[in-house]
Design a binder for this molecule. Structure first.
Ligand SMILES: *Cc1c(COP(=O)(O)O)cnc(C)c1O
Length: 407
């Protein structure tokens, strides 16, 4: 991996006080210069928060404990956190007056909360997810010591419901926690949440939870017009959901929101020390991330976020179209932001980051990615792979594999 952001730190045993303001300026410049090469990361970067600069850099804020309990102190942002939970709850089909949730450190913490809730309610629960689910599902199942059944996916990364039915039937005498993914990490595949709920109904599995991991794609999908929108929210049978803040909403700091349509049963009582119920996985929690999330959600409104999502999809379509014109093996289906493509087999002149594995990389056209960067990448790709072949002597020009390798 190419490290293009210079390490500006001196040796660890250097005890002379560093010139930190010059250091910060250097780091800022290096990160800015490196930004355009990160085409494979799912974090939007288009929204920034200058209004909040003084609070973000000069104020301690700790939302410890349940957001609906103000607790002892006043240096928190729980009213903003509740507003974020209600806005997102409403977006996903919950009653804003009943919805419960909180701003977590990331989607992993949200999924751990949901799996823990299921395992507390049903100690013999079995966790199901697809093989394309995020590794946080395995982590959560391991933490609560629940068996984890993996279901295979189709070529678009969607859980195979026939296989899920067979496995649910096999363990039909045990409660089920099915983690559906809405926007898988690799292909942005969308599991059929309504179909999963229907299978449980058919098999009469009433002791169940359906957690929807919609970290990446939940908000942009929910903003599609009704006739184009897949059903994956609380109205489709979800019993909890998680969406990330540093992905589509551009909070710039890792965070996520776990949502339940009504407060889950949690044995945790109030902790006198903090003056709030201990209903969160973490203890002390950021008071800054709920504030930034509120600024993103309320500042843009649903229409603003819909325009951001539409523009990102347009750029995804454009990128895929250009790759197809180049004859480069790539794959994309509306309404994803993710284009998968065959990895370049020759070194590119600039340090583009496409993630993935040896065969398949990806470009995720999150808001903040500019079309000019995509164009620059495509020129690098084309020149490194084709311009050079013209100078290779004829008998050696037969390519083995090459960029046409199917992904
Ligand atoms: C990003 C992502 C996660 C993990 O989020 P963290 O914030 O890193 O914990 C989980 N699931 C999906 C589908 C994701 O896209």
């Amino acid at each position: 991996m190419t490290l293009t952001v210079p390490n500006l730190l001196g040796p660890a045993d250097d005890n002379t006080p560093p010139k930190l303001s010059a250091h910060a300026a250097g780091l800022t410049a290096a990160l800015a210069a490196d930004h355009k090469f990160h085409l494979a990361f799912p974090g939007a970067t288009d929204l920034v928060y200058p209004d909040l600069a003084a609070i973000l850099t000069g104020q301690l804020l700790n939302n410890v404990g349940d957001p609906f309990d103000p607790g002892h102190g006043r240096n928190h942002t729980k009213p903003y956190e509740i507003d974020v939970v209600r806005r997102l709850g409403a977006l996903f089909g919950a009653d804003p007056a009943r919805v419960w949730g909180y701003v977590t450190s990331g989607a992993t913490e949200g999924t751990i909360h949901a799996v823990h809730e299921a395992a507390t309610t049903y100690p013999s629960v079995v966790v199901y997810s697809s093989t394309a689910a995020h590794y946080s599902v395995t982590k959560a199942a391991v933490l609560v010591r629940a068996p984890h059944v993996m279901i295979r996916v189709d070529d678009r990364g969607r859980m195979l419901l026939d296989e899920l039915r067979d496995r649910l039937f096999e363990f039909r005498d045990r409660p089920a926690m099915i983690v559906a993914t809405v926007g898988t990490t690799e292909h942005e595949g969308i599991d059929d949440v309504a179909g999963i709920a229907g299978l449980c109904d058919d098999l009469n599995i009433t002791d169940r939870r359906i957690h929807v991991d919609a970290a990446l794609a939940g908000i942009p999908l929910a903003l599609l017009p009704a006739h184009d929108r897949p059903a994956f929210g609380f109205d489709a049978g979800a019993t909890s959901m998680v969406v990330s803040g540093h992905k589509f909403p551009s909070t710039l700091m890792p965070c996520a929101v776990i949502l339940y349509p009504h407060p889950p049963h949690q044995p945790a009582g109030p902790i006198s020390y903090i003056g709030a119920a201990d209903t969160t996985v973490a203890g002390s929690r950021s008071g800054h991330t709920p504030l930034v999330l509120h600024w993103s959600l309320a500042g843009q409104g649903l229409d603003g976020h819909r325009r951001r999502a539409d523009a990102a999809r347009e750029l995804a379509a454009y990128t895929h179209d250009r790759l197809q014109h180049l004859g480069w093996n790539s794959h994309w289906t509306w309404p994803a932001f993710t284009i998968t493509l065959a990895q370049p087999t020759r070194p590119l002149p600039q340090p583009w980051v496409l993630g993935g594995d040896r065969r398949t990389g990806r470009i995720i056209t999150m808001p903040g990615i500019q079309q000019a960067w995509i164009d620059e990448f495509l020129i690098d790709l084309a020149t490194s792979h084709w311009a050079r072949t013209t100078v290779i002597p004829r008998q050696r020009s037969r390519r083995r594999g090459g960029p046409g390798t199917p992904s």
